[in-house]
Design a binder for this molecule. Sequence first.
Ligand code: FRU
Length: 513
Amino acid sequence: MIFALSVFCLLLSCKKEDQNKNGSPLNDSLVRLVESDLRPAYHFTPMAHWMNDPNGLVYYKGEYHLFYQYNPNGNTWGPMNWGHAISTDMFNWQDLAIALSPDNLGTIFSGSAVVDAANTSGFKSGEEDPLLAIFTHAGNQQSQSIAYSNDKGRSWTKYEKNPVLLNPGIADFRDPKVFWFADQNKWIMALAKGNVIGFYSSPDLKNWTFESDFGLNYGAHGGVWECPDLFQILVEGTSLKKWVLLVSINPGGPNGGSATQYFIGNFDGKTFTADTNETNWVDYGTDNYAGVTYNNIPSTDGRRIAIGWMSNWNYAGVVPTTTWRSTMTVPRVISLVQNGQNFNLRFNPVDELKKYYSQTDTVVQQTKNSVEIINSSIIKSGSYDLSLSADFSQTDSLQLTFGSSAEKMSILFDKKNGKVSVDRSNSGSVYFNSSFKQLIICPAFTLRTDQKVDIRMLVDKTSVELFWNKGEKVMTALFFPIFQYNFLKVKGSGSMPVINNFCLTGLTKSLYR
Ligand code: FRU
């Protein structure tokens, strides 16, 4: 494992310079980037070649496992394998050998992994609890299969009697998410079946019984349903538990292409019942898909942690990196919050990220309505965590811009129109796909009574992950600069002070292996 240590950080200065009409400094000298400059510093990327969905997220004995859809032979989607990495903190990853490769039953599509602590499967052969992977074999038909490991996930054996769940004649029949349902002493599988999610149960992970389907008249149906996840979660601050069903959909997302919706309701071991049939989106950005959560996080920790694939099927195969293609989102903690009769999920980066903070710069804004940072080594590194709080009783909008004199990303919190938008039309390489330039909009920017909005923005070379109101809404978007970005500006409308608690923290130590 090699850590490329970043250049040390210079102190920031907030000097004023002449502006061009895009609001960026005129007198910067443009630095052209090469492909390796686009490699994220603190997000997971494969060492080489193509990656899509996260698979088999499971925690066992201090190790977070991340399997992923992987084509080891090329930089576009191809015959799928399960790539594999482990980490003790979900940021510093160690690559392991490919866990599952195609065989005569087909290639290896998405799925999940569990710890079979009670050895219900009978696969245990040594001291360790067996880990089981439950995945889709994609051959002539899609069917569900299992594989086991008795050495903490280091080596895997496919069950000789695969598949364990045959296809009943449905074209899209895939992406099993399995968990142990302790209340009823059985395994539950959530499975994508075209336009519904099917639930199955099993005593031993080998024999599966159909329980029910959910979703025909629920949520968004602009495309096929994929990559479900079902879990129970405590309502924050109460002892009430609810069930959450995540369902990815492609196409049909709120800004086109791929996205993930969620339902809140109840599950009785047989049937999932949603509280309402409205559509809730996990993320209003274009680039968070197929996100699922970790199994087996210890109850002493208690977090429900999700990782998504930070891309979109609209353009995933043509984004301008060639040695590797695709990145995972930052791991996010999911919480469930009750507002009156409604329940909503929140998503926030896991705190482990803070282990990798380097220099922090805090600008306390008192009299002006803007903060501007030029030529900061943190901004130039392209990898940072920005947080601030904005007082919308004093402004109609807040604009966050970062870029160079040639290119920029522009984010607008628009109180009047109740929208947040991400404009990447002039962010660098944008012409590889016609949809990439389109404005990305979250139409749900609502203010609390005090009109204060806390904003957190994670930037890592080619991605921005925007969280506001403590993760009430999220937007994740890719961008591909051609020139090094060197400024960041936050500005309210009018002349009143609106920005408080401004804090910019570098994440300049590259965790790329
Ligand atoms: C989602 C998906 C899954 C499938 C996998 C194939 O992105 O289409 O439904 O299992 O990718 O790579």
